[in-house]
Design a protein around this ligand. Sequence first.
Ligand SMILES: NC(=O)c1ccc[n+]([C@@H]2O[C@H](COP(=O)([O-])OP(=O)(O)OC[C@H]3O[C@@H](n4cnc5c(N)ncnc54)[C@H](OP(=O)(O)O)[C@@H]3O)[C@@H](O)[C@H]2O)c1
Length: 387
Amino acid sequence: MSRPSRKIVVLGSTGSIGTSTLDVAAASDGRLQVIGLSANRSCQQLLEQARRVRPRWVAVTDGDSGRRFDWSELPEETQLLLGPEGIERMAAEDEVDVVVASIVGSAGLAGAWAAVQAGKTLALANKETLVMAGPLVMREAAARGATILPVDSEHSAVFQAMQAGRREELKRIILTASGGPFRERTHQELERVTIEEALAHPTWNMGEKITIDSATMMNKALEIIEARWLFDLQPEQIEVVVHPQSVVHSLVEFSDGAVVAQLGPPDMKLPIQYALSYPERWDGPATRLDFRRAFSLDFFPPDEERFPALGLGHEVARRGGTAGAVLNAANEAAVAGFLHGRIRFTDVVPACRAVLDEHNYDPSPTLQQLLGLDAWARKEMTKWMGV
Ligand SMILES: NC(=O)c1ccc[n+]([C@@H]2O[C@H](COP(=O)([O-])OP(=O)(O)OC[C@H]3O[C@@H](n4cnc5c(N)ncnc54)[C@H](OP(=O)(O)O)[C@@H]3O)[C@@H](O)[C@H]2O)c1
């Protein structure tokens, strides 16, 4: 008897997570059928993906790029959607089972929100969704019967490890951080870091924005906030440990002191596949640990003085309200500023702190308010950078 396949839409299919998701689907032996793809501007890559996957829809968010491109080779059965509405339309279509949210940055919120409103299963890579609007998204998911499954490797590890005990037995979680390329640099050395050095991550191969976030450790700050809302934890229950090998993807401690971890090589295909196969586990294309070779695992406490982003992450997780959306937007603008040579590496976190301190805090904002603050924080950051 043939089993029904899960029909998935991949938002941000041309990115690092998006292409790995297509690899997972291709290796799924028909269990996953990709029926929607999206890109912002990478039309050529999107066309190539569409010719391989033959989806129902492809969406190009940047309508101008989409209109200028020659789509004559698009498969006949594939409909082209231009503009940001395409994302929301695909995410809400009846026949879609799972929406993979793998757009980068706050641009990912709209598609994730549409999927939640439509009561879909959301495989969430876009951590910015929960950083910006965690309480609203979680409340909406509960009201609409949507399920949110983590793709972020740390949160996937916590989610997997949590299954070893009951929810009320969970004491704390420990998120692992590779420490990025500058783990051992002094503050003076960090001031001179170049863009190329910051983009060379020692263990993970990812998109540019998250690679810079890993180097500043803002990525871990965002993950603390993401974990707070996704797992409904108190910020004090979320700790960070530096683990340079990126093999232990995170840990959960239970009330009796038992610590349960999830391990694997640094390869996003496993957490992506788990979010798509859940509650089952399937054979898959992720690389595997080889215990016939000697290897060691190290753990260090993080240095919050050299990496002040971590303190900021805990603070924003505690404050909630508008703080996450402001931090997220300020950080996106600061990372873009660093990548364009406008600010130094060590300016990113203080600049985010300055914008956060400047904003009119509201403990229970609406989605509209958060989107307005997203735009406000970007403008403030532009002022801070003096451009
Ligand atoms: N990479 C990882 O290993 C990893 C691990 C954990 C979590 N994540 C999270 O997953 C998300 C994606 O990361 P990534 O590394 O895969 O990013 P990426 O490689 O930069 O890919 C980003 C994707 O989003 C699309 N996109 C960019 N701006 C957009 C916009 N304004 N509107 C609509 N689509 C837009 C891009 O389209 P174009 O190609 O047309 O630009 C591309 O498909 C991020 O939230 C990141 O934090 C990533």
